[in-house]
Each structure stands twice: as structure tokens, then as C-alpha cells.
Design a protein around this ligand. Structure first.
Ligand SMILES: [Mg+2]
Length: 381
């Protein structure tokens, strides 16, 4: 088998799909993207395709090694995301060629269903209680919310209390048998993160995510040591070497993104690496259906997988949502908070190629919001 074509598709709201075709007609899909930098990742995939066209797609690990290290300059979100999407597509092809889902090739299923969660509240949370109630109604047992909008390096008592009140409103809806996770989104200074964690402790969030920006990962142990709330991080870390810095520091959950951190091959290794520290896996996935399918394949083969993020109905997805490009959306259906194990070959999803081609005619130029403080200075989003 040889790779004969590699093509990317810019798909609203902010996605990039990858289609890899082989000479025996098997097609694999990937989702190589950095939110807000889709064109840049597409260019990186195009450069990598020079090496891949004509190559045997079944040599997944060898391709991963060459694409990751063979350019001499390595790492970071753009290159690691390009490799991630290619890696997903190669696993998809391999599974389809053997007639088995990818998790069968990773050692087989370690569970029958996987717990999932969705987002509530958007970038600047307000009516979160009502949204949580809607998600419970829809059959979820866990939700995640941003703790705050923009936050200054030191904040007022009122701002801290407002964040606590929002989480409390959600906790009241969810009750003691369901979970609420709180994302600090790297918006909050380490000093305020410690204060906010202290104030949130009585509400027992499932975890607090990205309490500090990834540049400060070396300091995340100070946050872990200051609170009893489990700390999660990792959506902006891109390889097992990036996770080397945070795993020994007491984090409870790692959140590699299947579309950023080197794909199925590397996220599988990060999961095993985390297991060695007693740390759970909760893959980051605010992206599209291929990324979610790849995440679930790793979840179903990883004993420490805790819960899976999905982007269904996320605030970014207006007009183009998770299920719109699937021939059979039932593959992601959930009940009582869990999705069933995918059984179709490869990534387990069938992409509606006509819908993808049509959406790519429009494309997108999605960019991350730029926030500013009241004084005009830059604010973390
Ligand atoms: Mg996050």
C-alpha cells in the first residue's frame, strides 16, 4: 500500500480536516489543527506531504519519528499538530485495512463505555445554572465551565466571589452525584489561582484546569500543593517531553489534545507515562469529529482514561457542529453520561465527504479573541 494523495479542508467553525488516500482505495481522515492557526498547520502538512507521498502508510511509528524529528527543528503546536492529524489518518487507514477499530490495535478495549462531558457558559460565563440543567436533561453527568472572564493579576473580593457564586450555581444543579469541572484557561495569575482554588474547595470541583499558563508549567506544583482540588493541565503541551515537567509535580489529570500532541501514537504514550505517576487521562477535545473519534480510540485502550471532552454544542460551533460531517452521527450518541465503544474499523467514524467538500468552499478565518483589560493592556483569553 502507498499514500497517493494528501489534502486538507478548512471547515467552519475553526477546523482543518485531512484526507489521506492510498493506492488500494482506503482513505484515512485526520484533524491537524491549532485553533486560530489552521492555515499555518495546513502549510506544515503540505510540507510534510513531500515525504509521505509514495510511502507505505502502515509504518506509522517510523513516519511519526521522521516527521517529528527529521526536520531537525521540532516540537511546538504547529508541527506537533500537523504530525497529529497525519498520525490519526494513518491509524484510520491501518484499522480500515485490517477491518478493526484502532483501539483493537492498541491492546484492545479496557472498558465498554466512556464517560463524556460538554461545555457550558462560553468564554464569559453568566447563566451557567440554566445551561447545566439543560445538559443534565440531555443526559450528561459532568460539565465544564470557565471560572471567569478576563482577570487582572490581582483581583477584587467581588470578582473572586462572583466566580465562586457561578460555580456554586452549577454545583447546586449538578448535585453530589454529578460533576463540574472548572477551567481557569490560563487567565488567572498564580497568586489569584491559589486564592480562587481555596475559595472553590468547598464546592469540590472534579478538577481545576490550566490554573497557570503553559509557560509557567514548571511552577504548577505550587498550585497543586496549595489546594485539595485535583489539578488538570496539558492542552497546550505537545509531547511526552513537555509532560515530563508537570507529571512529577502532583497534577491529578493530564489533558493532551489528540490534534495537538502528536496524535494517537504520542497521546497513547503520554497516557501510559501519566499512569506511572498515578495521573488520570482526560483528552482535550473542543474540536471536530475526527479529533473526538481519535480521542475515544485512545480512551478505550487506556486504563487511566477518566472522562472525554466533546465539543457538542460548544459556544464556538454555531452553524457547524460536531455531528454535521458524519454519515452516521449515532456513533457519538450518549446516554447517562456515557458513549458506547466504537466498533467500526479505523477511527470508527464515516466522514460525509460531500458535506466536507461543500463546507470547504466557504472555509474560515477563525482567530482567537484578543482581550484587553479596562486600562487597555493585553488580557489572557
Ligand atoms: Mg481548557
Amino acid at each position: 500500500m502507498k499514500i497517493t494523495s494528501i489534502k486538507t479542508y478548512l471547515i467552519e467553525p475553526r477546523w482543518l480536516f485531512l484526507r489521506v488516500e492510498t493506492d488500494d482505495g482506503i482513505v484515512g481522515w485526520g484533524e491537524p489543527v491549532v485553533e486560530g492557526r489552521a492555515h499555518t498547520v495546513a502549510a506544515a502538512v503540505d510540507e510534510m506531504s513531500d515525504y509521505l507521498i509514495g510511502a507505505d502508510p502502515t509504518r506509522i511509528e517510523d513516519h511519526w519519528q521522521v516527521l517529528t524529528k527529521g526536520g531537525f527543528y521540532r516540537g511546538g503546536p504547529i508541527l506537533s499538530s500537523a504530525v497529529a492529524g497525519i498520525d490519526q489518518a494513518l491509524w484510520d487507514i491501518r484499522g480500515k485495512s485490517l477491518g478493526v477499530p484502532v483501539h483493537e490495535l492498541l491492546g484492545g478495549a479496557v472498558r465498554d463505555t466512556m464517560r463524556i462531558y460538554c461545555w457550558i457558559g462560553g468564554d464569559e460565563p453568566t447563566e451557567v445554572g440554566e445551561e447545566a440543567a439543560r445538559q443534565v436533561e440531555a443526559g450528561l453527568t459532568a460539565v465544564k465551565m470557565n471560572a471567569t472572564g478576563r482577570m487582572r493579576p490581582l483581583e477584587t473580593t467581588a470578582q473572586i466571589q462572583a466566580a465562586v457564586d457561578r460555580v456554586a450555581a452549577v454545583r447546586e444543579v449538578m448535585g453530589p452525584d454529578r460533576d463540574v469541572a472548572v477551567d481557569f484557561h490560563g487567565r488567572i495569575s498564580p497568586a489569584v489561582a491559589r486564592v480562587l482554588c481555596r475559595e472553590l474547595e468547598p464546592l469540590q470541583p472534579m478538577f481545576v484546569e490550566e490554573p497557570v499558563v503553559p509557560e509557567l508549567s514548571a511552577d504548577i506544583g505550587k498550585i497543586c500543593a496549595s489546594t485539595t482540588i485535583p489539578i488538570a493541565t496539558g492542552e497546550r503541551l505537545f509531547s511526552r517531553w513537555d509532560f515530563r515537567d508537570v507529571l512529577p509535580q502532583g497534577v491529578a489529570v493530564v489533558q493532551p489534545d489528540l490534534s495537538h500532541a502528536g496524535g494517537i501514537s504520542e497521546c497513547r504514550r503520554i497516557a501510559a507515562f501519566a499512569e506511572a505517576y498515578g495521573v488520570a487521562l482526560a483528552p482535550h477535545c473542543p474540536l471536530g469529529p475526527v479529533s473526538l473519534a481519535a480521542s475515544l480510540q485512545v480512551d478505550f485502550a487506556s486504563p487511566n482514561a477518566l472522562i472525554q471532552e466533546t465539543s457538542l454544542g460548544i459556544h464556538y460551533n454555531q452553524g457547524s457542529d460536531l455531528l454535521d460531517y458524519l454519515a452516521d452521527p449515532a456513533v457519538f450518541a450518549f446516554a447517562d453520561g456515557y458513549v458506547q465503544r466504537p466498533t467500526a474499523p479505523g477511527l470508527g467514524v464515516e466522514i460525509d465527504e460531500a458535506a466536507v467538500a461543500k463546507a470547504a468552499e466557504t472555509g474560515h478565518r477563525w482567530r482567537s479573541p484578543i482581550w484587553r483589560h479596562e486600562d487597555g493592556g493585553f488580557a489572557e483569553w
